[in-house]
Design a protein around this ligand. Structure first.
Ligand SMILES: *[C@@H]1O[C@H](CO)[C@@H](O)[C@H](O)[C@H]1NC(C)=O
Ligand SMILES: *[C@@H]1O[C@H](CO)[C@@H](O)[C@H](O)[C@H]1NC(C)=O
Length: 371
């Protein structure tokens, strides 16, 4: 480390120590785990086929001036929008970016990685990705750094107030439902067993995070993937139709996830709270009633076309292949929502009622005093 860098860290630590005394609960900190729905650039640092580092990704992301950041959408992700609404002034850095550690103690860290899943093997076709278990290993590293800087007690106090969000599981489901690869399909488990594997593996990681000091959790359920352009096209479904099979698998998983979170809440409240974010219903409402929300298209992606290989890419200096008005589309590419859709869902999760965010919403979780 260069002297200047050391000096900058030193100043940051001083400011941090002061702010912990003066403003104990004002600043918003979050640790973000998940897949491409919330990846803020980790995959830029991996050798992987799952990348969003070229235009037009990020075209509406103001902090980068419209340049791609690795976010798999045109603008902000749901966790960006929620953070901003709660006073976060700059988004948590991707863990794999240089210098992310030094910032951790101020604004949290983003560990999310496109193509990753709850299960380690999920996403292997994309080569590089960081599975949830490894994301939690990375958090362990961040925590050691914090303990070095602030000591064990301050780190505990700091983590108690931070929000830990997990947005993961979509890729596990997509891998499971895709036309299988012959030599791998022979031991495909039943859908019930698959849901149970997902929930129990996720539980292990939630408990690890709890042991490391996390107290405020937001666990995002899986959205209606049966309705995304990719799945609709694979199943040759006409416009407006969703794959029932995929959506039923997801609803079954979400129910089991909910039961598990209720159990954790019974065991650990009030010291720890696990909020279930019902992104399934939040997105479904938009899809069913899209004109009501100001959308004109809930079928086709804004970028990359409707049929395989769904490449969202800026070919020339013009934005050919891009829809005219991004705010009128629910889907940005064949897999991911536009910022316009993310804004609506983020609002629901922040301030919505129990049917969307249970047992409390994210704003209440943020204000909750669990000291
Ligand atoms: C940390 O907290 C424990 C228990 O609250 C206390 O006994 C200990 O003295 C504290 N350590 C420091 C370095 O403040
Ligand atoms: C986690 O998932 C794997 C499949 O990827 C499964 O073999 C294993 O039993 C699961 N672990 C638990 C604790 O359920």
């Amino acid at each position: 480390m260069e002297t200047l860098e050391i000096f900058r860290c030193f100043i940051k630590v001083i400011i941090l120590v002061l702010s912990l005394h003066v403003l104990p609960s004002i600043s918003y900190t979050s640790f973000v785990f998940g897949d491409s729905l919330v990846d803020a650039g980790n995959n830029n640092y991996l050798f992987t086929l799952s990348k969003a580092d070229s235009p037009p990704y990020g075209i509406d992301f103001k902090p980068s001036g419209g340049r791609p950041t690795g976010r798999f959408t045109n603008g902000r992700t749901i966790s960006d929008i929620v953070g901003e609404a709660l006073g976060d002034e700059s988004f948590p850095q991707p863990y794999l970016a240089p210098n992310a550690q030094a910032d951790a103690v101020f604004r949290g860290v983003n560990y999310a990685s496109g193509a990753s899943g709850i299960l380690d093997e999920t996403g292997f076709l994309f080569i590089g990705r960081v599975p949830l278990r490894v994301q939690v290993n990375y958090f362990e590293q961040s925590r050691s750094y914090m303990v070095n800087v602030m000591g064990e007690n301050r780190t505990k106090e700091f983590l108690k107030k931070a929000i830990f969000s997990l947005t993961i599981g979509s890729n596990d489901v997509l891998n499971y439902v895709q036309p299988s690869i012959p030599f791998l399909s022979k031991d495909k488990v039943s859908s019930t067993m698959f849901q149970d594997f997902m929930v129990s593996n996720l539980t292990i990681q939630l408990k690890r995070l709890h042991e490391l000091g996390a107290r405020k959790f937001v666990v995002v359920g899986i959205g209606p993937l049966g309705c995304i352009p990719f799945v609709r096209a694979l199943n040759l479904l006409p416009g407006g139709k969703c794959s029932l099979e995929v959506n039923e698998l997801i609803q079954g998983y979400n129910e089991k996830l909910n039961v598990m979170l209720n159990r954790l809440n019974q065991e650990m409240r009030p010291q720890a709270i696990f909020v279930y974010a019902n992104s399934y219903d939040a997105f479904m409402r938009i899809l069913i009633n899209y004109p009501h929300y100001g959308f004109e298209n809930a079928d086709a992606p804004c970028c990359g076309g409707y049929f395989p290989p769904f490449v969202c890419f800026k070919w020339h200096s013009s934005n050919t292949g891009l829809c005219e008005d991004r705010s009128k589309y629910v889907f940005w590419d064949a897999y991911h929502p536009t910022e316009a859709a993310n804004i609506i869902v983020a609002k629901e999760l922040l301030d919505g009622g129990e049917s969307i965010s249970f047992p409390i919403n994210i704003r209440e979780l943020y204000n909750h005093n669990n000291s």
